[in-house]
Design a protein. Structure first.
Length: 255
């Protein structure tokens, strides 16, 4: 089986000691493609360096993470836009809204997301959305921007059945990761009944490692654990889920 990890921060400092080994473990586990979302200006060099080292496996995105949105977010987005004008990327991202840590910058986060939604449409790219404790606010902005050309994924989806249906209605995919393996993650209620055409696999490494590695550093080699959990929830074979999610990623992303 060939798998696609649609969201992995493999360029993270946490992989500095063993990044080549982590990449090798991923390939041994059948993960043939790794899509890497950017965080902010501080992560661009490391991300592009890894892409250059593994050009047939690792593909970079360009965007500004909501947790990196501050008072100077416009300056950072000028850099994002300059990079998007300069060379191809797999997607705009990761962008979105995060109200878990700080609600005082909601207006700035909303403006940053509006700009990145517009950049995705301008460049004909999908957008990768991070939403934490801000699903309704994120949906409102996506709905306002959706003109039939906007596409992308709500990454690390862990919402309700109704929220999953909203994502599908918007024409977006759901990124399913390690949370789906958690006992109280909610995937058993939200995901059954969803068509495979709406789903992507992801790790979000180094975060949110699946069971039995929960609490440890996550890595792309753990993606089969998510695959098997999703297959069980949907009543599908792992082979069918692997084929569909790999096909969905290839159709969605620019790589």
């Amino acid at each position: 089986m060939h798998l696609t990890d649609s969201h992995a921060h493999l360029y993270s400092e946490q992989f500095r000691p063993d990044r080549p080994d982590a990449l090798r473990r991923a390939q041994d586990a059948g993960v043939a493609t790794i899509l890497m979302p950017n965080v902010d200006h501080s992560t661009i060099d490391a991300m592009l360096e890894l892409e250059a080292q593994a050009p047939e496996t690792c593909f970079a995105m360009m965007g500004l993470h909501p947790c990196s949105v501050g008072k100077n977010f416009e300056q950072q987005l000028y850099e994002v836009e300059a990079w998007l004008d300069r060379r191809p990327f797999a997607a705009v991202g990761e962008a979105g809204l995060d109200l878990h840590w700080d609600k005082t910058l909601l207006a700035e986060q909303q403006e940053a997301l509006k700009i990145q939604l517009a950049l995705a449409k301008k460049h004909g790219l999908p957008i990768v959305l991070h939403t934490r404790e801000a699903f309704a606010e994120t949906v409102a902005l996506v709905e306002a921007a959706q003109d039939g050309t906007l596409r992308g994924v709500f990454h690390c989806f862990s919402g309700s059945k109704e929220e999953a249906e909203t994502v599908v209605r918007l024409g977006f995919k759901l990124g399913i990761g390690g949370v789906a393996t958690f006992k109280n993650g909610g995937a058993d209620r939200a995901l059954p009944g969803l068509g495979l055409e709406h789903l992507l696999l992801e790790t979000d490494c180094p975060y949110l490692a699946p069971v039995p590695h929960r609490g440890k550093r996550n890595e792309p080699a753990y993606l089969p654990l998510v695959l098997h959990r999703l297959a069980a929830l949907l009543g599908e074979t792992p082979e069918a889920v692997a084929a569909a999610t790999t096909r969905n990623a290839a159709a969605l992303f620019n790589y």
